[in-house]
Design a protein around this ligand. Structure first.
Ligand SMILES: [Zn+2]
Length: 446
């Protein structure tokens, strides 16, 4: 029997990382001969929640008491972490033990002096319905409805502060991975949490080449390694991909000056587009992430701050779409759109302004730019000029006149090509599916 442990919101903008709780919990449970019966889960939730900390990620651990050791999926201070077989039944006493261990770890590690950090932990033998996951990743779930469920079931739970972490904790254990990716996370020694690691860029580029099914390792345009977190946290680096076995190679390839104290492979919903809902423009509401299809209805323009905005419409309405400054070179693509282009847009909508923050764009059909030019004078071979609207053309030099229907019809070639474009890895949302992954899946390669 499996014990589901969900934890959320232990980090702040300045430190910690909820995934590190998994390391500390496992360290303690392994001493009591408990273990995980499947990959630990890192579950990203609605990216449009204004009170989220950094990546809005919660974790779930599936704990069991089996003895057979299967594969190694991590290591803490040189000690391997196995996935164990789940064979023995779990008693109420055991569930309570696990619950108190997790609470102890949270007490010790959560950022208690930040009012935006409100941890929650849920421990249960009953897997909550996956509808909880879908509403938490796609919309805004109220704490009251989570509390109602927790109260109605035999569930152990605890919330700190305003208890908001309970929402993510419950969502994490209710996720039934269908589409999923993996992330290998490595952790620094505790005395190095505030140190920024030095690393060899070339080794990260090498990693990117060797790990065929991984993504977002290196941003070649911005020339920066994306596997290292920008914030100072226990995480040394994280490598994402579709093949957990392949990810382990990162431990040998990535060169940094800090030695990882621990590493662990998580199963995640990162890169799955699980947050995206296909809607018509008229149905867009704040805090949704959407896929819309329409026609560019207003030319892109650069606004203060370097952001690029344009409008898209379909039969049900019109909405502003934006490529913000942090999306860097992606804005150059967007600037080439013109009214009439047929596009698909993946993006998130904040509370205000009501704008789709573009994550990916597919140019389905380019509007053709057709122009009419005066013909060349048959005598002088010079370009004629218009003789007035609908009055044909005349040659300034020799006075020759030609009728309107001698106009030359020309098509101006578009620089933009039809196809799919995305924000660079440095600006990627955790949940957003990279084009590399879309293509690999289409070819059945991952
Ligand atoms: Zn002429």
């Amino acid at each position: 029997m499996t014990i589901y442990v969900g934890v959320d919101d232990t980090d702040s903008k300045v430190g910690m990382c909820t995934t590190y709780i998994a390391i500390e919990v496992l360290k303690r449970l392994m001493k009591e001969n408990l273990g995980i019966v499947s990959y630990p889960r890192l579950v990203r939730l609605n990216p449009n929640i204004p009170w989220k900390t950094r990546g809005n990620g919660a974790i779930a651990l599936l704990i069991g008491t089996g003895s057979a050791r299967e594969q190694i999926i991590g290591e803490i201070n040189g000690k391997p972490i196995f996935i164990i077989s789940d064979e023995e039944p779990c008693s109420n006493e055991l569930v309570e033990d696990v619950f108190s261990t997790v609470c102890e770890v949270i007490e010790e590690f959560y950022i208690s002096d930040d009012k935006n950090t409100n941890p929650g932990v849920v421990v249960t033998c009953i897997k909550p319905p996956s509808t909880f996951y879908w509403s938490t990743v796609r919309s805004v779930v109220k704490l009251e409805s989570v509390m109602r469920w927790l109260e109605s079931q035999k569930v152990l739970y605890k919330g700190w502060g305003n208890k908001r972490g309970l929402i993510g904790a419950l969502a994490a254990i209710s996720w039934s991975p269908k589409d999923k990716t993996y992330e290998l996370l490595t952790y620094k020694n505790r005395n190095e949490w505030l140190k920024r690691p030095l690393y060899d860029k070339e080794s990260v580029k090498m990693l990117d080449k060797v790990l065929r099914c991984s993504f977002d390792n290196y941003d070649y345009v911005e020339d920066c390694a994306c596997i290292f977190p920008r914030a100072l946290t226990p995480v040394l680096y994280g490598v994402r991909g579709d093949d957990p076995k392949e990810l382990k190679l990162a431990l040998k390839i990535v060169k940094t000056n800090l030695r990882p104290y621990a590493w662990l492979i998580f199963e995640t919903n990162q890169g799955t587009d699980d947050h995206i809902v296909r809607v018509c423009i008229g149905k867009i509401r704040p805090r949704m992430s959407v896929l819309i299809e329409g026609i560019v209805s207003e030319k892109p323009k650069i606004i203060e701050g370097g952001h690029v905005i344009f409008k898209v419409q379909d039969d049900t309405g019109e909405i502003y779409c934006a490529a913000y400054e942090p999306t860097k070179g992606f804005r150059k693509i967007v600037l080439q759109l013109i009214p009439g282009d047929k596009v698909k847009i993946w993006g998130s909508v904040k509370e205000y302004p009501n704008t789709v923050n573009v994550e990916k764009i597919e140019v389905i059909e380019l509007k053709r730019i057709i122009i009419k030019r005066p013909p060349l004078c048959p005598i002088c071979k010079k370009r004629m000029t218009s003789a007035g609207k609908g009055k044909g053309f005349k040659c300034k030099r020799c006075g020759t006149r030609l009728p309107e229907d001698t106009a030359v019809i020309e098509e101006i070639p578009r620089k933009l090509k039809e196809g799919i474009y995305e924000v660079p890895p440095v600006a990627r949302r955790h949940l957003s599916m990279p084009i590399k992954r879309i293509k690999m899946r289409e070819r059945g390669l991952c």
